[in-house]
Write a protein that binds this ligand. Structure first.
Ligand code: ADP
Length: 264
């Protein structure tokens, strides 16, 4: 009777393990399907535009002004493609745990100022103002400058994308205990509590009409974690979103290293 009982137990356990594995495989397949459909769509849009404009320009007969506009669109759409491909490569490297960080000393204040310059034109198109609130001093962390830049660029890009015209985005830097906190606060469309729980998931987007891949926050979250930091997202639907990234401040005894560039 004892053996019979054991068998039943083992079979039950085996069945639930198999069931769990089947669910995992289904989940992974679903993620792959979502990935392929979202990426294909994102790649097709710029490619269609590049192909259309290059054929038009190739057929000739356009005045210099029209030619210039066509060339600018081709260049902008090519940049968009490069950005997408880089995002996909980063994501796949992170998934395979093959992402190497190139650590150095990073001044987050300098980094944020650089980011404000980077997104300035995008903000300007919507008459959005960016305001940085910080002391006039260095906010040093030990990290990979290029990767941290990607994190804050993604957060700032989203803040602009989901903000209303003529609004203000507040960026702030604070030293709190042993950490440095960077906050990006917008007064845009906000995120419902239900969606907030999911925005860091890979490929998740509240609305698929806004472009993007849904990978930005998933990648940012992983980069922040790789820096022993934390990312906190607070949001209220219709009122706005605040994303706060907290990173360990460089301690006095840590040597100050020269900034380095990430290879590849
Ligand atoms: P992507 O920007 O490529 O869609 P992200 O991972 O960066 O991907 O963001 C995922 C989703 O989270 C966005 O599609 C959007 O629905 C929501 N989101 C992110 N940031 C904000 C924000 N500042 N305001 C409102 N919604 C946001």
């Amino acid at each position: 009777a004892r053996i019979k009982g054991d068998y039943r137990f083992e079979l039950g356990e085996l069945a639930s393990t198999l069931n769990y594995m089947a669910q995992e495989i289904a989940r992974t397949n679903q993620i792959k399907d979502d990935f392929i459909s979202s990426i294909s769509h994102e790649l097709r849009t710029p490619l269609t535009s590049i192909k259309g404009w290059s054929e038009t320009l190739n057929s000739g007969g356009y005045d210099p002004e029209e030619t210039k506009i066509g060339m600018q669109i081709i260049s902008k759409e090519t940049d968009r493609l490069i950005g997408l491909v880089e995002e996909i490569l980063d994501f796949s490297k992170l998934e395979q745990d093959a992402m190497k960080l190139v650590m150095g000393t990073v001044d987050l204040r300098e980094l944020l100022q650089e980011i404000m310059l980077n997104v300035w034109a995008k903000a300007e198109m919507k008459q959005i103002k960016l305001q940085l609130d910080s002391e006039e001093e260095a906010y040093l962390v030990h990290g990979d400058g290029n990767r941290l830049k990607q994190v804050f660029l993604n957060i700032a890009d989203n803040a602009i994308k989901f903000s209303h015209e003529s609004s203000i985005i507040f960026l702030s830097l604070q030293k709190i205990g042993d950490n440095i906190e960077v906050s990006v606060q917008d007064t845009g469309i906000g995120i419902s509590a239900e969606n907030l729980a999911r925005v860091r998931e890979r490929f998740f987007q509240v609305d698929h009409q806004n472009g993007g891949t849904g990978l930005g926050l998933a990648i940012s979250q992983q980069f922040v974690e790789r820096h022993q930091g934390q990312m906190l997202i607070k949001s209220e639907l219709g009122a706005g979103t605040t994303i706060t990234v907290s990173l360990p401040a460089l301690q006095a005894e840590q040597p100050v290293e020269p900034p380095q560039l990430t290879e590849g």
